[in-house]
Write a protein that binds this ligand. Structure first.
Ligand SMILES: C[S@@+](CC[C@H](N)C(=O)[O-])C[C@H]1O[C@@H](n2cnc3c(N)ncnc32)[C@H](O)[C@@H]1O
Length: 321
């Protein structure tokens, strides 16, 4: 048997790969009783286990963070620090009072709450996310915000169990950089939108990330975390690709807004926490994790240095069904 990891394929889990036909055939005999199916391709034999599908979270799994309270704080900050920016982005994308909206990969629900306020009492918002823990946090966030047109549901972006043609607006923020199959996710979102409904996908592109002055630790931290995220199926350079992805998934009138964020908007400390804090976790082993933490520590000294700057860009790709 070759290959160990489970992989999401449609509604099935690919869970084993055989390189010789005799072991595959013996397996088929047993499988006939267990409800397992298989196929062969170019002499390689695949089997699929029916039933509950493995949840594919690509390069982000909140439930897998060892210091999840720190990551939760970072996610909240990341959303709260730039709320005015977020409001303008959602307005530019076409979110309006009365709309039925979806926040996909909503995380702790900070942006879902903002969307709920924007659509008002005549609209409603559903936040969905793959993480059980984050859905719990989001529920509390919604209650604390006092919005009653907001609900949350655990869901995998690839297998949204939602009616077709049912949403006016869908938003996905800082999720697509983690997906192994952005095209499938886009097609799923196209399905749940009403005709004329709008999708806005917002994400980063590391070609647009820079700080000044640039300590050596910045480049090593960025290079390592980018490599690790790519190894898990993510893409830190997805920003400039989103427009093309949306057009090929079948969206119309696609437009991309590149929106700059600078350390001036939130202070250098917050910029570093939000823009780089995640990087310490994007490591393949404990040793790298320690190195990354030291690099972050070095970079944090810039927070107190007058004249230091940070720049990044959010690519917001918008299109209609
Ligand atoms: C960096 S967080 C962004 C959270 C939120 N959108 C925000 O901006 O605050 C990425 C989110 O994507 C979610 N996610 C990753 N893969 C997913 C999938 N396949 N289906 C649904 N959510 C997913 C994660 O659980 C996580 O909450």
């Amino acid at each position: 048997m070759i290959g160990g990891a489970q992989k999401r394929i449609g509604g099935l889990s690919q869970s084993a790969v055989f390189s010789d036909s005799s072991s595959y055939q013996s397996f088929c005999l047993i499988s006939a009783f267990l409800g397992i199916i298989g196929h062969s391709l170019n002499g390689v034999y695949f089997i699929y286990i029916l039933g509950e599908t493995h949840l594919e979270t690509g390069s982000y799994s909140f439930d897998g963070f060892t210091e999840s309270h720190k990551e939760l704080e970072r996610l909240k900050q990341q959303a709260q620090q730039i709320e005015p920016f977020e409001t303008s982005l959602l307005q530019a994308a076409g979110l309006k009072p009365g709309m039925k909206a979806l926040d996909v990969g909503c995380g702790p629900g900070v942006v879902s709450c903002l969307m709920a306020r924007m659509v008002g009492d005549d609209g409603d918002v559903l936040g969905v996310d793959a993480s059980d823990d984050l859905m719990g946090v989001a529920e509390q966030m919604g209650q604390a915000a006092g919005v009653n047109n907001l609900s949350f549901q655990k869901a995998d972006i690839y297998q949204l169990d939602l009616p077709e043609n049912s949403f006016d607006f869908a938003y996905s923020r800082l999720v697509f950089q983690h997906l192994t199959d952005p095209q499938s996710a886009l097609k799923k979102l196209l399905g749940v939108l009403k005709p004329g409904g709008i999708l806005c996908v917002a994400d980063i592109d590391d070609d647009w990330l820079s700080i000044e002055p640039e300590p050596a630790a910045f480049r090593t931290l960025i290079d390592r975390s980018t490599r690790v995220q790519a190894g898990q199926g993510g893409d830190r350079f997805i920003g400039h690709k989103l427009g093309a992805y949306m057009e090929s998934a079948g969206f119309n009138d696609v437009d991309v807004h590149v929106m700059p964020i600078t350390s001036k908007m939130m202070g250098m400390k917050n910029f570093l926490d939000i823009g780089l804090g995640f990087r310490a976790f994007a490591t393949s082993n404990d040793e790298e994790h320690e190195v990354a933490k030291r690099e972050l520590q070095t970079l944090s000294e810039l927070s107190h240095r007058p004249g230091s700057w940070g720049f990044l860009a959010i690519f917001a790709s918008m299109g209609k069904k």
